[in-house]
Write a protein that binds this ligand. Structure first.
Ligand SMILES: *Cc1c(COP(=O)(O)O)cnc(C)c1O
Length: 427
């Protein structure tokens, strides 16, 4: 497979864009090699500027559940764009998408749109702090909630409960308000509540997708809900990835636990930049202009983005069997990969939630970030490079989730497994 044009494009990009990319994972640092520069997508496929074709299991990191260039989504975008790209004034499209979300998510009575998942979680946390009058938050190691200051905190030395920033530029004074807990470990959350009586909220990916795919256990979520209630803290489900991915109602469709606030993104923009946060009216009404908690955005609720999101959500909603089919295909893929790996003496941990799939090169089940970190990342990198070279575009890190779209068919999946079998044999 030739990459001459991508290599030149990457060199040119690096001269004017830091690292040549606008989001770090795109640089392929953890797997090596040059990222293919993309020319176009078509259904389940990506095409790079060298003319190579790939089966796309990244789908823009989640949003494209209907695949590339879905005709209904494209038509909605073109028609809306013809009337103007942005007004900075209310449109009925915003209400229509809000109504879809409110009618699907039991925990959401009101919702506000923003431009990214980062902005959604950052705003939800400000609202939780404003509503409770408290400063501290609890997050889980290995969960990603965007790159805002108080959320860019993970496991430091692991010596303390209180977080230290994991990027220069985040003041320690901010990070100290972020307490860290271990995923699927309720004792670690109790320790946070013992360490601070100033906790505004606990934020969690109810199906973690940013340390690889690691679902929360039902009993853990139930205990988390109870702890938040006992201590008067809000529970925030960050469903930027799992919303409309794990099921039509996200992770919330798969658990009995109801959060106080929910964040969404990715699929609800259908490929356009959109985020949203919502919850009980009593909490959401604390937002400006009705309440004192300030939050705003020049392009928030952009009509073209709303149209893309609406066309996506309505199609998903109209097809009652869609998530079952997506899940069957995701299972077909990971079960095939697992069998192929095992034939070659390679241990693979696999899991699926709706259209989300994960696989770890690990001989033990993965329940939290430390388990995930014990995976064989070198073997993953070798697998990734070999599969890319054969035309299969997987996320370029062991710690990312993969995605099936409605355009990913059984033939593509079987081709993937056949190739993976040869790759595992050579690893
Ligand atoms: C992607 C993601 C975000 C951040 O969204 P951006 O649109 O990249 O800012 C936040 N939370 C979760 C769970 C995500 O997967």
């Amino acid at each position: 497979m030739k990459h001459t044009k991508s290599i030149a494009a990457y060199e040119a990009a690096k001269r004017v864009i830091p690292g040549g990319v606008d989001s770090p994972v795109r640089a392929f640092k953890s797997v090596g090699g040059t990222p293919p520069f993309i020319e176009r997508g078509d259904g389940g496929y990506l095409f790079d500027i060298d003319g190579n074709r790939y089966v796309d299991y990244v789908q823009s990191w989640g949003p494209l559940i209907l695949g590339h260039c879905d005709p209904t989504v494209e038509a909605a975008v073109f028609e809306t764009a013809r009337r103007g790209l942005s007004f900075g004034a209310p449109t009925t499209l915003e209400t229509e998408l809000a109504e879809e979300i409110v009618s699907l998510f039991e925990a959401v009575e009101k919702v506000r749109f923003v431009n990214s998942g980062t902005e959604a979680v950052m705003s939800a946390i400000r609202l939780a702090r404003g509503y409770t009058g408290r400063d501290d938050i609890v997050k889980f190691k290995g969960c990603y909630h965007g790159h805002s200051d108080s959320l860019l905190v993970q496991a430091g030395s692991g010596a303390t409960t209180f977080g230290s920033p994991n990027s220069p530029g985040v003041p320690a004074d901010f990070a100290k308000h972020t307490l860290l807990a271990d995923y699927n470990n309720i004792e670690s959350v109790k320790a946070c509540f013992e360490a601070s009586d100033n906790i505004a909220c606990v934020v969690i990916e109810p199906i973690a997708g940013n340390m690889g795919l690691v679902p929360a256990e039902e009993s853990f979520l139930q205990e988390l809900r109870a702890l938040c209630d006992t201590h008067g803290a809000l529970l925030i489900f960050d469903e930027v990835m799992s919303g409309f991915r794990a099921s039509l109602t996200g992770a919330q469709g798969l658990t009995s636990v109801r959060p106080d606030l929910v964040t969404l993104g990715k699929v609800i923009g259908g490929g356009m930049p959109v985020g949203a946060f919502g919850g009980r009216a009593e909490i959401m009404d604390k937002l400006s202009p009705d309440g004192p908690v300030y939050q705003a955005g020049t392009l928030s609720g952009n009509p073209v983005a709303m149209a893309a999101g609406l066309a996506t959500v309505r199609q998903l909603r109209a097809d009652g069997a869609v998530y079952e089919i997506l899940q069957m295909r995701a299972e077909r893929l990971v079960n095939g990969l697992k069998a192929a790996a095992e034939e070659n003496g390679i241990a693979l941990q696999v899991d699926v939630r709706g259209s989300m799939f994960g696989f770890f090169f690990n001989d033990k089940p993965v329940k939290n970030f430390d388990d995930a970190l014990a995976s064989d990342t070198e073997r993953f990198a070798a697998f990734h490079r070999a599969m890319l070279d054969r035309g299969f575009y997987f996320a370029c890190s062991q710690f990312e989730t993969g995605f099936i779209s409605t355009k990913t068919n059984d033939a593509m999946i079987d081709e993937t497994i056949r190739n993976a079998k040869e790759v595992f044999g050579a690893l």
